[in-house]
Each structure stands twice: as C-alpha cells, then as structure tokens.
Design a protein around this ligand. Structure first.
Ligand code: MN
Length: 202
C-alpha cells in the first residue's frame, strides 16, 4: 500500500472569503501532495511500514529505522497534519452546547478567551509550525509544534489544529498572521472538533 492524497470534502472556494480558493488549491494539490510523495519515497523497500496507517507510524517513530526516521517524521507528519486540518475547516458551524465548548469554557471561561489564548500561542511560533488544542492525559491543552511535527509524536491527541506555515496564508494576507487567525475561527468546523474530542476521550 502507498499513501494517497485524500480528496477534500468541499470545493476549493468553499471557505471564501476567509481562506481563498487559490491558496486552498495549491496547499492541497502541491504542498500536501509533496508530503505524500516524499513519505512514499522514504518508505520504499520497507514493506512492513507501508501497510501502517500514517498516524500509527508517527505515533511510534522509534520503531521506524533511523535512516528514514526524519523523513517519516517530516513527511508523514505533513501528511497526517494536513489530512486532519482539511476536515477541520467548514463555514457556519457553531460550538454552542457542544462538549468541547463546555470543556474550553471550563479552562478559559469564555470562547473569546480561548481564541485569545490559542492565537497568542500561534503567534509565538518562530518560523514554521502548527498550533493545537490537544487532549493530553485526559486534559485539554494548547500546544505548538515546529515544522510538521504532530502532537501524536508525543502521545497527545489533536482536537483542533492550525497550519501556521506561510504557505497557508501569505498569498491572501501577506505577513498578517493575526488576520489569518481571525479567519480561522470563521471556518473552524466545530462539528469535527467535537467528533475529535469525543473520540479522544474514549
Ligand atoms: Mn501546510
């Protein structure tokens, strides 16, 4: 088995005007595709690893031979992170009355305070990386990871994740990361976040 680029469940322009069509198309067909291709290239000749789900692979990097470990970490991480991210984007969903909203309110007192804390963490990322809400030892936590590292690398389960690489916003917004973060909260798919949360708690 080789890894494949997943189809998006929506059109490239579905998130306009918050996320633009051109960025979405390049991000999916070029950037994500490259992670998939390079992961497949790294796994060539390692048939036992080719049949493993990408999330299983990056959860247990120590079981990956050292000569391909960095490639699997980066490109497997890129494939996993982007596959997760696409599902988390949808306009016009609401956190209202969801378990994830209750849990975030317990931590941050309000939705606005959560958004502020998440944005603050995301804006502190130096260079390329991701901002996350994860479940770690049964508790929600805001973390960031560098490059294409996944929370799964360290045994944390992603609930919400945002790509903070320039390729995800620069075309539309230039260096204005704050505007990108604001737009993210307009397209954050709370139905998917709730599903992720419920699954993580099992
Ligand atoms: Mn990306």
């Amino acid at each position: 088995m080789t890894h494949e680029l997943p189809e998006l469940e929506y059109e490239y322009d579905a998130l306009e005007p918050f996320f633009d069509k051109e960025t979405m198309e390049i991000h999916h067909t070029k950037h994500h595709q490259t992670y998939v291709d390079k992961l497949n290239a790294a796994l060539e000749g390692h048939e036992d690893l080719q049949t493993k789900d990408v999330d299983e692979l990056i959860k247990d990097l120590n079981s990956v031979p050292e000569e391909i470990r960095t490639a699997v970490r980066n490109h497997g991480g890129g494939h996993s992170n982007h596959s997760f991210f696409w599902k988390l984007l949808k306009k016009d969903t609401s956190a209202k009355d969801k378990e994830i909203q209750k849990a975030l309110h317990e931590m941050f007192q309000s939705g606005e305070a959560f958004e502020e804390a998440f944005s603050e963490a995301a804006l502190k990322i130096f260079g390329s990386g991701w901002a996350w809400v994860v479940l770690s030892d049964g508790k929600l936590e805001i973390i960031t990871t560098p490059n294409q590292d996944s929370p799964l690398n360290e045994g944390k389960i992603p609930i919400i994740g945002l790509d903070m690489w320039e390729h995800s916003f620069y075309k539309l917004r230039g260096p204005d990361k704050a505007a990108y973060l604001e737009a993210f909260f307009d397209v954050l798919n709370w139905d998917q976040a709730e599903e992720n949360f419920m699954k993580a708690k099992e």
